[in-house]
Design a binder for this molecule. Structure first.
Ligand code: NAP
Length: 298
């Protein structure tokens, strides 16, 4: 893996993953720059040692002149706050990054996009790999797929190489809604319990991004799923957590999950075999027991 030391990395979107990525990249010696809409977050990021933090809306061109082009690395990890901003965040945001990259004589070296496994329509217990069709996905998954296609269509003079990381459900320190619900004593949980939960720990997401940034030049643009190695039924995860917390097992109310636009959560296994094989990535948290176990007793 080539080193990040001394290289320029621009992070678009400083939420849960973006902020953790900034910390990890700084520790690896990269010169990190970031874009956020949030002035307080910008100030906090500057204090951690980022070389530059620009406060702007990604989808607008206002910031294009404020961040120099030709970065060694860029990571787009913005996330929409809700359905009203979905298209602007994902499609508008990606279009804006590509317009920024095109302004410079030098291309962005490697651009990583944290996409989502929501682009896949598959269910019925299928094992889902990167070559599987995305036809028939949900309306929100289709918007994310559209932003992926924008990136895939960028010429090498704009982005020399890109990686699309299709992330499973991210959890980790301070982000564990299921655990929070059980701790709050909920006797009933929304949704069903029979589908598998495909999870990706925050730190494994960050190491996945870093593995892409450090990938040898011989590896070209790719799509990788990022998920842990042992998705388990939601019932099993809830039962395990309830036991750990000494709480009774809650019931599932069977309601349709809003996250899938009212469609039931699909039962499937998101395969991480490709990123393991091609980049040698290995999850630090290969299953929910290790991940939640670490959260419960860090
Ligand atoms: N969370 C999941 O389970 C999950 C699953 C699959 C894929 N993903 C993808 O993984 C990535 C990281 O997710 P996350 O959990 O870290 O998300 P997050 O915590 O919600 O952070 C996303 C950040 O995006 C920023 N943002 C949104 N719109 C923006 C805009 N127009 N201009 C500038 N910044 C904007 C927001 O930053 P400000 O505060 O600066 O506005 C927010 O902090 C995202 O690309 C997401 O789509 C997430």
């Amino acid at each position: 893996m080539s080193s990040l030391a001394g290289k320029r990395l621009v992070i678009f979107g400083c939420g849960y993953v973006g902020t953790a990525l900034a910390r990890a990249a700084l520790a690896a010696g990269a010169k990190v720059e970031a874009l956020t809409r949030n002035p307080a977050k910008a100030a906090a990021l500057r204090r951690t040692g980022l070389a530059q933090v620009v406060v702007a809306d990604l989808a607008s061109p206002d910031w294009h002149g404020q961040i120099a082009g030709g970065a060694d690395f860029a990571v787009n990890c913005v996330s929409s706050g809700g359905p009203d901003t979905y298209r602007q965040t994902y499609v508008g945001g990606m279009a804006s990054i590509l317009a920024w990259a095109a302004r410079s004589a030098a291309p962005v070296g490697t651009l990583v996009y944290t996409s989502s496994t929501s682009v896949y329509p598959q269910g019925g217990g299928a094992t889902v790999v990167e070559t599987d069709s995305t036809d028939g996905t949900t309306p929100s998954g289709a918007i994310i797929r559209e932003s992926e296609i924008l990136l895939q269509s960028a010429p090498p003079a704009v982005v020399r190489r890109h990686f699309i990381l299709r992330l499973a459900g991210i959890y980790g320190p301070e982000r564990h809604r299921l655990l929070d619900r059980l701790r709050a004593g909920s006797s009933q949980l929304g949704g069903a319990g029979d589908h598998r939960l495909n999870l990706a720990h925050r730190d494994d997401t960050v190491t996945g991004i870093l593995a892409c940034l450090g990938a040898p030049a011989a590896i070209g643009s790719e799509i990788f799923n990022v998920a842990d190695s042992a998705p388990a039924p939601r019932t099993e995860v809830v039962r395990w957590l309830a036991k750990k917390l000494g709480r009774p097992m809650p019931a599932f109310d069977g309601s349709l999950a809003a996250r899938r636009g009212g469609a039931p959560m699909p039962d499937r296994i998101i395969s991480n075999a490709k990123i393991r094989r091609v980049l040698g990535w290995r999850p630090l948290y290969p299953d929910y027991r290790v991940g939640f176990g670490n959260i419960l007793s860090p």
